[in-house]
Design a protein around this ligand. Structure first.
Ligand code: ADP
Length: 282
């Protein structure tokens, strides 16, 4: 059982020939809404890899809230304990130009209201085998969750994204760190060396595992990558879902999950089910 403690956003994406300058209005070509937020994306990846998955996060009371929750429930994520707060859901306003350059404004909305933990959230974390978190909700809440998980024998997995300085108490509560190379560099080896298991993703090259007993370089299956947005989230969710099968096997599975996501457009919706991922391992 996986509990994901993290963010959920509605991504509002406009496509335009060129991005507007300050004060300017441009006419766009197309627009779409899609579910995003690293927490929700990773919850979807975990449930699609076959883990019983509960999402602990918050939506607002706006029109996006129901749609966001539906993307999770449609895939089988338990949102029974997801908070419904007053005010807006988290959003990301994204503009993409013809060259693929983008500007993004993220407004935390309900994600920013994830302060303290409710009794129900604490119970879910204590009952889970693994708690997976990122840094798109207040870091104090991540720390509270990690400390509570640790005290109850729940394995703590942290994907420290967007990267920021980690409080010492959080570093000490993490069992497994999942980082890309930029995050690993920003955090520094003096910090990562204190964490028992570290998985570093290396894009198309796969991932590196360093644990107390063993280390391994795992290659990613070769795919025709279309859009690597969401590959990191697919990797983290799949890794948490498969962790109980052993570190190296789980990293291999996660590489295949990341590779599959790279063949699909979008983020949350790009993670694969077991039947999509298994053929890439053959
Ligand atoms: P992030 O997007 O967080 O920087 P990465 O780019 O390292 O993360 O991608 C995460 C994982 O997704 C990689 O470890 C790899 O398994 C898979 N992946 C990403 N891009 C590709 C690709 N072009 N081909 C195959 N696998 C990929």
């Amino acid at each position: 059982r996986v509990a994901v403690l993290g963010s959920i956003n509605m991504d509002l994406t406009t496509h335009t020939e060129r991005l507007p300058r300050p004060g300017e209005t441009v006419l766009g070509d197309s627009f779409e809404n899609s579910q995003g937020g690293k927490g929700a994306n990773q919850a979807l990846a975990a449930v699609r890899s076959g883990a019983t998955t509960t999402f602990l996060g918050a939506v607002g009371d706006d029109a996006f809230a129901g749609e966001l929750l539906r993307t999770l429930t449609d895939s089988g994520v338990d949102v029974q304990f997801t908070r419904r707060t007053t005010g807006p859901s988290g959003i990301a306003a994204i503009a993409v130009d013809a060259a693929g350059e983008n500007t993004i404004v993220v407004v935390a909305g309900a994600n920013g209201a994830m302060r303290d933990l409710t009794d129900a959230e604490r119970a879910v974390i204590a009952d889970a085998d693994i708690m997976l978190c990122q840094l798109e909700i207040p870091v104090e809440t991540v720390l509270a969750g990690a400390t509570h998980a640790r005290a109850n024998g729940t394995l703590v997995v942290l994907n420290p994204s967007p990267v920021q300085k980690l409080p010492d108490a959080l570093v000490d509560a993490v069992d497994l760190l999942v980082v890309n190379e930029a995050e690993a560099a920003a955090i520094g080896s003096d910090v990562t060396d204190r964490i028992p298991h570290v998985v570093t993703t290396l894009g198309a090259a796969g991932a590196r595992y360093r644990g107390p007993q063993s280390s391994a370089d795992v290659a990613s299956p070769t795919v025709d990558a279309v859009d690597t947005t969401g590959a990191g989230d697919a990797f983290a969710g799949a890794l948490a879902a498969e962790w109980s099968t052993g570190a190296e096997a789980a990293v291999r599975w996660a590489c295949a999950a990341g590779a599959f996501a790279a063949t699909r457009r979008g983020a949350g919706s790009s993670s694969g089910r077991r039947g999509d991922i298994e053929p890439l391992l053959a």
